[in-house]
Design a protein around this ligand. Structure first.
Ligand SMILES: Nc1ncnc2c1ncn2[C@@H]1O[C@H](COP(=O)(O)OP(=O)(O)OP(=O)(O)O)[C@@H](O)[C@H]1O
Ligand SMILES: [Mg+2]
Length: 512
């Protein structure tokens, strides 16, 4: 019987099934990884194990006995510890204070603190989790704060340690050290549950891997029986269901050229975008596929001017804009649909009409002279856009905050596409949208293509990237692994290999 077993766990939130009869188990001495894309249900399953959510159905067994975990207290009592995706430490307390916080104390506080410091010292020596117990948490870099979180769990005699995307805050070198520490835990008999969507890490640290997709278990495999390519396929699914009606368009002159573009990480280590080159012609859509978090967002932001470029060139119509302000790039006919609508794309406290002129309100006809806005023209522009882009809103003065996600996205699309950009960057433009709105976004982008525009279409939905793109580049750890044909000619096997970090093998099929 397994050390810990979760049986047929289901959890529904309003309109999503986050976990659908999920079965999962872990043994002492092993690292069992939960792998899946954003929203697959990984954190939900572990939050259930840690008592933060109660499942709608299903049971949890430890060494064969049914256990009830209604709160983290129950979980800690059962020697389950969890390191969350977002840390929960108190910055103004010391390491030791944070670790003993919430534990019952038997002796006086100062005595307790002294004893605790000794204990912590022992644990950190044993696992080489070096950190000074006296320093304040806010003085520590995030890598060390994570150690404190782990020490806190170990201090409570953890047998099962849940690590929810622990490596996302670490540099590659720190990851290596961290994996050695995890190995010490398992040698010591701990059961470790590791959450990640980075395939190379998963292949390096796991004993077993369970792949989740859309709340369902796709499969549980031994590491030795699988490889990154197979896991990528399981993670993203293989059935391609989407097809779009795409007329053929003559490829014209080059509108966007990206040459050796790099974006450095603030944390140091490997660049987030690493020496990326591609070009896009008139009437062409270049799709970017890849597992989330492989530099796609930074690439889009760098082209739009929201992220500093460390190296390389971005040529729009032959002119290098890599070091121009976002505004200057807009003037060079660049449009940007960002993934984070509410933070970057819109000012939600402004009206629909105001948002529609966010990028050109200082220009005629919206501004008659310097500083004088023409409300009449702003309103009539809004009326026209609302009609043309079918934005569901009673009038242009309504605040964007009150619109549904799909209609917010239409406001951005209307603004960006009506500006008639030569180059359109679309970053996850359909994330969170329903089927109807998704189709609408696709149509708008295809129309831009038919009118001779160039589009960079970035999405983690492989289906839509394949359906909409003329060519597809696959990103992995900041690099483009290769560029291959899209649409019907797309080679899925090749794409999933590249998603797993295997460079394109030059075959007859490859295009440049
Ligand atoms: N508290 C909540 N209320 C409503 N929906 C939620 C809640 N928590 C999670 N969800 C939804 O459940 C689904 C699974 O989310 P979960 O956080 O488990 O995914 P994940 O695999 O951990 O993703 P990520 O890699 O982005 O962390 C998502 O669609 C998410 O939006
Ligand atoms: Mg999560």
């Amino acid at each position: 019987m397994p050390f810990l077993e979760m049986k047929n766990i289901s959890k529904r939130f309003v309109d999503v099934v986050a976990n659908d009869r999920v079965c999962f188990d872990v043994e002492r001495g092993e690292v069992h990884t939960l792998l899946g894309e954003n929203g697959a249900g990984k954190s939900t399953l572990m939050n259930i194990l840690y008592g933060l959510y109660s499942p709608d159905e299903g049971e949890i067994y430890m060494e064969g006995n049914l256990v009830k975990i209604s709160s983290p207290y129950d979980a800690i009592e059962l020697h389950i510890g969890m390191i969350h995706q977002h840390f929960t430490l108190i910055p103004n307390l010391s390491v030791t204070e944070n670790i003993i916080l919430g534990l019952p104390s038997s002796s006086g506080f100062l005595l307790e603190l002294k004893k605790a410091e000794e204990n912590i010292d022992n644990i950190s020596r044993k696992y080489e989790l070096r950190v000074d117990p006296k320093s304040l948490v806010r003085q520590l870099p995030v890598g060390l704060q994570q150690r404190v979180e782990i020490l806190k769990a170990l201090y409570r005699n953890t047998d099962i340690l849940i690590l929810d995307e622990p490596t996302s805050v670490l540099t590659p070198l720190e990851v290596e050290i961290f994996f050695k520490i995890i190995r010490r835990f398992t040698e010591d008999g701990l059961a470790v549950i590791f959450i990640s969507h980075k395939l190379n890490e998963v292949m390096s640290i796991s004993d077993r891997i369970t792949v989740l997709r859309g709340g369902n278990v796709v499969g549980t495999l031994k590491k030795l029986d699988t490889d990154a390519n197979k896991l990528a396929g399981m993670m993203v699914g293989k059935e391609i269901t989407l097809s779009l009606d795409k007329p053929s368009v003559k490829k014209g002159k080059r509108l966007l050229e990206v040459r050796g573009l790099s974006v450095n990480s603030e944390k140091g280590g490997k660049p987030l975008v690493n020496n990326v080159s591609f070009d896009i012609h008139e009437g062409e859509i270049l799709g970017v596929a890849g597992v989330d978090g492989n530099g796609q967002g930074e690439l889009a932001d760098a082209i739009a001017g929201l992220q500093p470029v460390s190296k390389g060139q971005i040529l729009i119509n032959g002119m290098d804009v890599a070091h121009l302000s976002p505004r200057k790039r807009i003037e060079r006919k660049l449009g940007y649909i960002p993934s984070d609508r509410q933070r970057v794309g819109l000012i939600v406290d402004f009206s629909v009409a105001q948002n529609l002129v966010l990028k050109n309100f200082c220009d005629p006809p919206f501004s008659t002279r310097r500083l004088f806005l023409s409300h009449k023209n702003i309103t009539s522009n809004a009326d026209q856009m609302i009609k043309e882009f079918d934005i569901k809103v009673s009038h242009g003065n309504e605040k964007v905050a009150f619109l549904s996600g799909g209609n917010q996205q239409k406001v951005i699309l209307a603004r960006e596409i009506s500006g008639k950009p030569d180059v359109l960057i679309a970053m996850q433009p359909t994330r969170g949208l329903d089927v109807g709105s998704t189709r609408y976004v696709h149509q708008c982008i295809l129309q831009h293509r038919e009118q001779g525009g160039a589009t960079l279409f970035i999405s983690t939905e492989l289906d839509e990237v394949i359906a909409i793109s003329d060519r597809i580049g696959v990103m992995f750890e900041g690099e483009i692994m290769g560029i291959i044909p899209g649409g019907d000619r797309a080679d899925l096997e090749q794409i999933s290999l590249m998603m797993a970090g295997v460079r394109e093998q030059k075959t007859k099929k490859s295009v440049s």
